[in-house]
Design a protein around this ligand. Sequence first.
Ligand SMILES: NC(=O)c1ccc[n+]([C@@H]2O[C@H](COP(=O)([O-])OP(=O)(O)OC[C@H]3O[C@@H](n4cnc5c(N)ncnc54)[C@H](OP(=O)(O)O)[C@@H]3O)[C@@H](O)[C@H]2O)c1
Length: 309
Amino acid sequence: MKAVQIRAYGGQAEAVDIDDPAVGPREVLVRVSGVALNPLDLKIASGSVQGFFPVQFPYTLGTDVSGTIAEVGAEVAGWSVEDRVVARLDPTQGGAAAEFTTVPADQLAKAPASVSLPLSAGIVTAAGTAWQALTEVASLRTGQTVLVHGGAGGVGSFAVQFARDIGARVIATASGAGVDIALKLGAHEVVDYKVADFTESISGVDVVLDTVGGENEARSLEALRPGGLLVALPVPPDVERAVARGLRAEFVFHTSAAGRLAAVVRKIDDGAHILLDRMLPLTATPDAMNHLRDGKAAGKVILVADKIV
Ligand SMILES: NC(=O)c1ccc[n+]([C@@H]2O[C@H](COP(=O)([O-])OP(=O)(O)OC[C@H]3O[C@@H](n4cnc5c(N)ncnc54)[C@H](OP(=O)(O)O)[C@@H]3O)[C@@H](O)[C@H]2O)c1
């Protein structure tokens, strides 16, 4: 089968022919339909997160996958050939960017019925992380106010919708056309971070979801109410600095969980929107990665495996 691999940290992604994967007794073989790229794929490929996610080469790229089950392992119950599924693969193993991939059966969720199968891949890490951050880490409640940075980005676009659904007041940051996108997704108020300093107009929020990091993390503390919570995504936050100011700070370490994935699938079938930047064939993975690296993606970049040959 064809697969898109790198042979070293910093190496170019290339389509190669490899053997079809063998299916373990508790796994299913998935015929890949869509692979959603995330900043993590870029970090893994560059080697910048090899302390957390060491990989072996050659490494088949991709963690977020949608597809149809082509074969079911001997001990698997509850899943059948032709079922439409989504899953997050172990980042240290990768494997999504290929014609076929194997998935442990306990990591599968049914794909949403309301969107195309390739597009479904776009929910896996982005929506899963937004859900984990808001409902599990922050325990966001009706009536609270949340500031979502990057409200038109991969994670942020889902976080805006989920927070609004929870009944929170939602403030977002975005830039350019992203301002309108975040408003349409349900933000009550959006600050264009390239035009205005959010700390000048936003204060007293209960929760900040920081998808940016660095200086943005430090400045986000100014927007929180006393005792408020900073939820950090790019890197673990400076907890001591937050505590010294009477605040809290927590890191989200997104993990694969079929139950959480099933919850976000329900949100999609209930009408949540998957913000799509573009779909490209799997063979265009290097271009897709460059596009994401350049910060030009407005929403999910999805590789479509049906177009691999
Ligand atoms: N800890 C975890 O488990 C976990 C899980 C998922 C993601 N992450 C991390 O979270 C970060 C975001 O991921 P993503 O998938 O949402 O990335 P993404 O799709 O590339 O979106 C990033 C967004 O951030 C916006 N942005 C850039 N600079 C900004 C600033 N100064 N203020 C406000 N917004 C700004 C961009 O808006 P413009 O296009 O307008 O610039 C873009 O919409 C990445 O670092 C990723 O690795 C961590």
